[in-house]
Design a protein around this ligand. Structure first.
Ligand SMILES: NC(=O)c1ccc[n+]([C@@H]2O[C@H](COP(=O)([O-])OP(=O)(O)OC[C@H]3O[C@@H](n4cnc5c(N)ncnc54)[C@H](O)[C@@H]3O)[C@@H](O)[C@H]2O)c1
Length: 346
């Protein structure tokens, strides 16, 4: 399959690019190279004749039209987004621009491309979204594909808006879409402003490890390479117009997660143990959702997909990857805002 992947220089997009090329797909990586992008993430496949990079902004209709006409993809896998909740609190405009206007621009360009090619039946527009569109859970219950949308942050509201646009383009124009809503990802190449890399890198540096609020917020963690595998599974086997929740069956409180990472580092750097002594509770994120948890039974029952690693296995791999790839994360730590506390302006 020839797949145009947007956001393929980011954390999850690059995992999809690497996996898709490894499986023999032809990949066009369309990315604007924002602060969150890193082309080193796709270095393992950059010289493959199955891989092409195109620097472009999904908000630029002319550029998107040109690239669709040039490459004639069989599918578009849309991951390009502003993705950091804390940044969305300080500067929501960029999130509306890329996640809402950008998704609209891309969708409409893809519709024109699909219509101009005679509406090929196998064509797919696969939109990658988040479980955060469903808002927050109490102590019990899980998000299903039928949970009502109730986004609480500018990030999740912009993703919810993009999901609605995708649905409307399917209902109104018949565009063959797929939608996936995934829980929190972690793993290799995770940008060093997100929780898990922050914890690993602060601990390695012997600096205070910031934990928001009381640390009791719960997330359902999915190893990024499992997410990439699930996305290709949905792209190949998903029913047109259907949405699928993707989760890892790995609910953890933030504080438990941080302690697990500290334990993994104690085993690898015993001279600095116990790393948990560095844990420092800091002011909570405004509007911080209490609990996310995914009911992934639809993707399991209908498409036969389940994650391959537990959070303990995935965290161990992730810690080892960060320990072994200091050059990668050191370069990104110099980028604007990385390492600073963001998202307190509300
Ligand atoms: N990270 C998670 O835990 C998670 C969970 C569920 C869903 N998602 C969704 O998965 C997708 C990828 O997330 P991520 O964590 O890899 O994000 P990321 O921030 O690591 O990467 C985003 C990529 O998109 C590119 N991009 C941003 N704006 C663009 C634009 N206007 N035009 C073209 N490219 C642009 C960036 O350059 C970057 O390479 C997003 O849509 C996000 O909402 C993320």
């Amino acid at each position: 399959m020839k797949i145009l992947i947007t956001g393929g220089a980011g954390f999850i997009g690059s995992a999809v690019v690497r996996l898709a090329v490894a499986r023999g797909h032809e990949v066009i990586n369309l990315d604007a190279l924002t602060y969150a992008a890193c082309l080193e993430n796709v270095a393992p496949v950059a010289s493959s004749n199955l891989y092409t990079f195109e620097k472009a902004d999904i908000c630029d209709r002319e550029a998107v039209d040109t690239l669709l006409a040039r490459h004639q993809p069989d599918a578009v896998l849309h991951l390009a987004a502003e993705s950091h909740v804390d940044r969305s609190i300080d500067g929501p405009g960029a999130f509306i621009q890329t996640n809402v206007t950008g998704t609209y621009t891309l969708l409409d360009a893809v519709r024109a491309h699909w219509e101009a090619r005679g509406k090929p039946v196998g064509f797919r527009f696969h939109h990658v979204s988040t479980d955060e569109v469903y808002g927050t859970l109490g102590d019990i219950g899980l998000f299903t594909e039928d949970s009502p949308y109730a986004p609480n942050s500018p990030y999740s509201a912009s993703k919810a808006a993009s999901d609605h646009l995708v649905r409307a383009w399917a209902e109104t124009y018949g565009l063959p879409v797929l939608l996936t809503n995934c829980s929190n990802n972690y793993g290799p190449y995770h940008f060093p402003e997100k929780l898990i890399p922050v914890v690993i890198l602060k601990a390695l540096a012997g600096e205070p490890i910031p934990v928001y609020g009381d640390g009791l917020n719960i997330r359902d963690w999915l190893y990024v390479e499992d997410h990439a595998d699930a996305l290709l599974c949905v792209l190949e086997k998903g029913a047109v117009g259907r949405s699928y929740n993707i989760g890892g069956h790995n609910e953890r409180t933030n504080i438990d997660l941080v302690r697990t990472i500290c334990g993994l580092l104690d085993a690898r750097r015993p001279e600095k143990a116990p790393h948990a002594d560095l844990i420092t509770f800091v002011t909570d994120r405004p509007g911080h959702d209490m609990r996310y948890a995914i009911d992934a039974s639809r993707i399991q029952e209908e498409l036969g997909w389940t994650p391959s690693v537990t959070v303990e296995e995935g965290l161990a791999k992730t810690v080892d990857w960060f320990v072994a790839n200091e050059d990668w994360w050191r370069a990104l730590q110099a980028r604007d805002g990385v390492g600073q506390r963001l998202g307190t302006s509300a």
